[in-house]
Design a protein around this ligand. Sequence first.
Ligand SMILES: C[S@@+](CC[C@H](N)C(=O)[O-])C[C@H]1O[C@@H](n2cnc3c(N)ncnc32)[C@H](O)[C@@H]1O
Length: 205
Amino acid sequence: MTQTHFDQAANEWDQKKRRVELARAIAENIALLPLHTKMTAMEYGCGTGLVGLALAPRLGSLMAIDTSKGMLDVLAGKIKEQGLTNVTPLCLDLTVDTCTQRFDLIFSAMTLHHIGETGLILEKFYHLLKDYGTLAIADLDSEDGSFHSAGAGEKHYGFSREVLSEILLGLGFSSVTFKTVHTIQKVYEAGGKRDYPVFLLTAQK
Ligand SMILES: C[S@@+](CC[C@H](N)C(=O)[O-])C[C@H]1O[C@@H](n2cnc3c(N)ncnc32)[C@H](O)[C@@H]1O
């Protein structure tokens, strides 16, 4: 269901100002990490590349993974248009598929809440990182379920920072930090507005 939702949303994905602003804030904060142009990076749940393409010039290579072919097609179009040579789109679901490459940096934006098995995917990220590699994940703080509209296929209503921190430390990550990087404001047709803070967590293998 999630895949169909994102396939259908792909062509108009970048037209929502709210998404572009969020992706910019996330990319600007990931860019504060010590990136360099020899780094091998992977973005999980890359969508149309709003975050990844902003960071690609600072990286050696970027493997841009998503399960939605529609999203990846839009990304492939941008890669071609911009003549980028260091970004490779890949259709893969790491909750079931394997990947043999190892990375200096793994980042992900607004995707973790679409994956049921949080511990399993974070464990995969741990194994896919090289020693001393960095994990950077942006997602919603715990919310009441009002963030998504019907059919979006979310598996979590955001996350508790404490719970994520415990999982990461249990897997062997260190230096786990959280920072609020953006607040999404939604105005509802039925009346009222609501704020949804977004964190960026970083952790070291
Ligand atoms: C909310 S969108 C975020 C896209 C992009 N990161 C951005 O910030 O614009 C979530 C993305 O996660 C992808 N996704 C959902 N489940 C996934 C999974 N199990 N593995 C990889 N990607 C997944 C969706 O196809 C979608 O592109």
